[in-house]
Design a protein around this ligand. Structure first.
Ligand SMILES: O=C(O)CCC(=O)C(=O)O
Ligand SMILES: [Fe+2]
Length: 200
């Protein structure tokens, strides 16, 4: 379990072993059933290539009216609760004092990516965003606190956890590409990234 610090991002390689990864996937199955993945559209009208859903009191959504957290899935139902196993990772690595109110679930299929962005729709940036990688390898790019400038990249593998907090809380980051089929964790391939957030 190597620990790397890259531009203030605290990267815990192989934080979750294979058993823990498989348990997390099992805990996500009922969530994906009751709050199905949807394809988000950015405010400028572009479809994102990832599909997403959320668990928790709030979920992150985007459509033509903007980026925001809201209490219901776009289809109208409440988001399912965040499973305890996922909360435990937050309590271990981020804070035992306050649980996140959102677990954003991103699914990366073949050919998907996520452009460089800041996570800035949350009310209080003193809480970190904690990211959990499951499934296929992904090339994670880290930029700066403002747009532009030199970037650095690192491959994230299944079981890796990244804590984006402190001075790096508003650092630009994104996923350039996924090595589709590189992991056997998901029967149909692809990558799931969970981000735990204190939204409000
Ligand atoms: O997929 C990842 O590793 C990062 C996801 C991300 O940055 C986000 O959902 O805001
Ligand atoms: Fe992000």
């Amino acid at each position: 379990m190597a620990r790397l610090l890259l531009r203030g991002f605290d990267i815990r390689k192989a934080w979750l072993d294979g058993t823990a990864q498989a348990q997390l996937i099992d805990s996500l199955r009922p969530i994906l059933k009751s709050a199905p993945l949807f394809r988000p559209v950015t405010p400028s009208g572009k479809e994102m290539s990832v599909r997403m859903t959320s668990a928790g009191a709030l979920g992150w959504v985007t459509d033509k009216t903007g980026y925001r957290y809201q209490a219901q899935h776009p289809k109208g139902m409440d988001w399912p609760a965040i499973p305890d196993q996922i909360l435990d990772i937050w309590r271990d690595l981020a804070s035992p004092d306050r649980d996140p109110d959102c677990c954003l679930i991103n699914y990366y299929g073949e050919g998907t990516r996520m452009g460089l962005h800041q996570d800035k729709d949350e009310a209080d940036f003193s809480w970190p965003v904690l990211s959990i990688s499951l499934g296929d390898d992904a090339l994670f790019r880290i930029g700066n606190q403002t747009r532009g400038g030199k970037t650095e990249s690192i491959w994230l593998n299944s079981g890796d956890v990244v804590i984006m907090g402190g001075p790096a809380r508003l650092t630009y980051h994104g996923i350039d590409r996924v090595r589709f089929g590189s992991s056997k964790l998901l029967p149909k391939g692809g990558r799931i990234n969970l981000t735990l957030r204190v939204a409000r």
